[in-house]
Design a protein around this ligand. Structure first.
Ligand code: PLP
Ligand SMILES: N[C@@H](CCOP(=O)(O)O)C(=O)O
Length: 460
């Protein structure tokens, strides 16, 4: 399996190289040269299997010869052993044709654990074989950072620096990042928003001297392995509801487009998916793009679903690459235009996007109302991100089952949840002392040179 850049001008890599390289040297994102497919019989044969076995069968073709079968099975087993639910990603019924896919039973209570726990294991295996040390720099709007820290804390061959927007993550999210005492963990509160953090990360990758000096690695969904791990639960949930004999749709609370892009990959692999619905909060650039064909930045307004407060939706580039017939030069040009605030998508490309994706948005008031209504109607307590998606999903219910991704535990956002439905969601017992633990983080200006110097100083 070979990996190519969405901008068409970077070396072609194998799975291990793409995983350890992160962002391509031309600024693009790595994608498989071809998407492997599964026949209906192969998909049907996975019904009833444990999550780990489905993960093995779905991901195996993408990994090539980087890991042998037994080694890869061991990696998957270790990745999911710490999850707090036997099914790993259980389904809960919300209505006659509407299901919630609970993705928050991992160690940091968000869907990020599915990928991060796996790539923690993949990195360890690859780095110890190579005898290398890497510096992971991650940008987070709250959940990626805590999941990355949990997966990499205490490892000898990794330092992990997490850039989060100061004051724009929930207290639980911040404390998950700032309380681990391990010295290879560095939490940096940037005076800016998530887009500033992600832009700084991409600039670091563009600085070849810095990138080589610190041996920079990425664990954001820039990294193909992150997306790949998330493809699995689209298969496991659809199988539970009768796939491949029955089509399903998915609604995904969306920010950086990594999670819904994983659903698109599942569809390309052969999973019968009717529609993939993009659900945005008030920061609705993707919904506006789907309606108008113009990707236009308007600034981010902090919301009660902070992990989706994003304008530059990194993985949308991967979708554009496909609907532009994999023309790297066309994508490079669109991304160049975005530097001045917007780009227009061609009519043909928009038609192809609309064949696959639908979209909707939820305002703050609608998010609050959905948390309250769902609690009253079903007893389920939703996190605000999930509530955004449930509201949008209800506008897109059809004859096929709708699976809405429930991306975080409500206890990560207790203030918003309590204000909406009067329930104060409790953290699990193992995190009960989170607010008593000592915090350790550094506030840094939104200044690329300062960030790079600080990282170099810490490593020295
Ligand atoms: C809880 C939660 N829901 C939804 C999202 C959006 O996911 P994505 O960025 O993959 O679109 C995020 C952030 O990634 C998140 O942390
Ligand atoms: N919502 C994310 C933002 C980063 O997204 P990623 O999927 O690219 O890591 C977060 O919680 O940090």
């Amino acid at each position: 399996m070979r990996y190519i850049s969405t901008r068409g001008d970077a070396p072609v890599l194998n799975f291990e190289e793409a995983m350890l390289t992160g962002l391509a040297s031309d600024g693009g994102l790595y994608v498989p040269e071809t998407i492997p497919t599964m026949s209906a019989a192969e998909i049907a044969a996975m019904a009833g299997l444990p999550y780990e076995e489905i993960a093995f069968r779905v991901m195996r073709p993408f990994v090539g010869d980087t890991f042998g079968d037994e080694e890869f099975r061991g990696i998957i087993a270790r990745a999911y052993a710490g999850f707090g639910h036997d099914a790993r990603a259980p389904l809960v019924q919300l209505g006659p044709n509407h299901f919630l896919l609970e993705l928050f039973h991992g160690p940091t209570l968000a869907f990020k654990d599915f990928a991060m726990q796996l790539i923690g294991q993949l990195f360890q295996a690859a780095l110890s074989r190579r005898g290398e040390h890497v510096t992971i720099v991650g940008a987070t709007s709250g959940d990626t950072g805590s999941a990355a820290i949990e997966a990499f804390k205490g490892l000898d061959n990794v330092d992990v620096f997490i850039l989060f927007p100061n004051g724009r993550v929930s207290d639980v999210q911040r404390r998950q990042m700032t309380t681990p005492p391990e010295t290879n963990v560095h939490a940096l509160a940037v005076e800016g928003d998530f887009d500033d953090c992600q832009a700084a990360l991409k600039e670091m990758f563009a600085d070849i001297g810095f990138r080589d000096h610190v041996k920079l690695a990425a664990v954001n969904s820039i990294n193909w392995a992150r997306v790949l791990a998330q493809v699995v639960y689209y298969f496991s949930s659809a199988l539970s509801l009768g796939a491949p004999h029955r089509k399903v749709s998915f609604t995904v609370p969306t920010g950086n487009f990594g999670d819904i892009f994983a659903g698109y990959v599942a569809k390309r692999m052969g999973l019968p998916v009717e529609t993939l619905v993009i659900a945005t909060n008030q920061n609705d650039i993707l919904h506006r793009t789907m309606e108008t064909g113009a990707y236009t930045k308007e600034g981010v307004a902090p919301s009660m679903s902070p992990s989706m407060d994003i304008q530059v939706s990194s993985n949308f580039e991967r979708a554009l690459f496909d609907v532009y017939d994999r023309e790297g030069a066309a994508i490079a040009q669109l991304m160049d235009e975005l530097k001045s605030g917007q780009f227009a998508i061609s009519q043909g490309a928009m038609e192809r996007l609309r064949d696959i994706f639908a979209s909707g948005r939820a305002s703050e008031e609608e998010t609050t109302a959905t948390i309250a209504a769902m609690h009253a109607r079903t007893g389920e307590v939703l996190c605000p991100h999930t509530a955004v998606a449930v509201k949008v999903a209800e506008e897109h219910l059809g004859s096929e089952p709708m699976i809405t991704l429930s991306t975080a535990h409500p206890a990560k956002f207790p203030a918003a949840v309590e204000a909406a439905c009067g329930i104060h969601p409790a953290l699990p017992e193992r995190m009960a002392d989170l607010f008593a633990r000592e915090e350790r983080f550094t506030v840094v200006p939104n200044d690329l040179d300062r960030l790079k110097s600080l990282i170099k100083e810490r490593l020295a």
